[in-house]
Design a binder for this molecule. Structure first.
Ligand SMILES: [Zn+2]
Ligand SMILES: [Zn+2]
Length: 151
């Protein structure tokens, strides 16, 4: 089944667009999870009661309907990253999914996936501040702690 790009950032806990050195690029996202307890709502970071905005630094995800909460790491690792990419090595265009669990890629925490054409590993590294990156791009990295620093 072809991957369905999210219609809105609100559907995701993570969304990023990347351009790799060479000609490769990728769009990747992680959809919010439906609460496993009540099934009525999508879980997300708890809201700050003062600002009504999600607390990006919170270490839990909560169901807004029933209040069920899950530790950040456990919650994120139960989710899936969906990726549409053009391979920077062989130019293959493809779609993959991989568990939303970061591993080290060239020394940096990253969601790592394999090109289905040349089987090289490609990493979606945590975004670090770069002089070149545009502000809007960093803001796209919802759920990415490094991106959140740019706020
Ligand atoms: Zn619930
Ligand atoms: Zn490839």
């Amino acid at each position: 089944m072809p991957l369905q790009m999210p219609n809105s950032m609100d559907e995701c806990i993570y969304f990023t667009r990347r351009v790799f050195e060479g000609n490769g690029k990728a769009v990747a996202w992680v959809y919010k999870k439906t609460c496993p307890k009540c099934g009525k709502a999508k879980m997300s970071k708890p809201l700050d009661p003062k600002t009504k905005r999600p607390k990006i630094r919170a270490d839990t995800y909560e169901c807004p309907a029933c209040g069920f909460s899950e530790a950040k790491q456990e919650h994120e690792e139960s989710l899936t990253v969906e990726i549409i990419f053009t391979c920077p090595y062989c130019g293959m265009q493809g779609e993959v999914t991989t568990p939303a669990k970061r591993s080290k890629f060239e020394g940096v925490p990253a969601y790592v996936f394999e090109c289905c054409g040349c089987h090289k590993k490609i990493g979606l590294t945590k975004k670090m501040k770069k002089g070149k990156s545009k502000k809007g791009e960093a803001a796209n990295d919802a759920g990415d702690d490094a991106g959140a620093n740019d706020e």
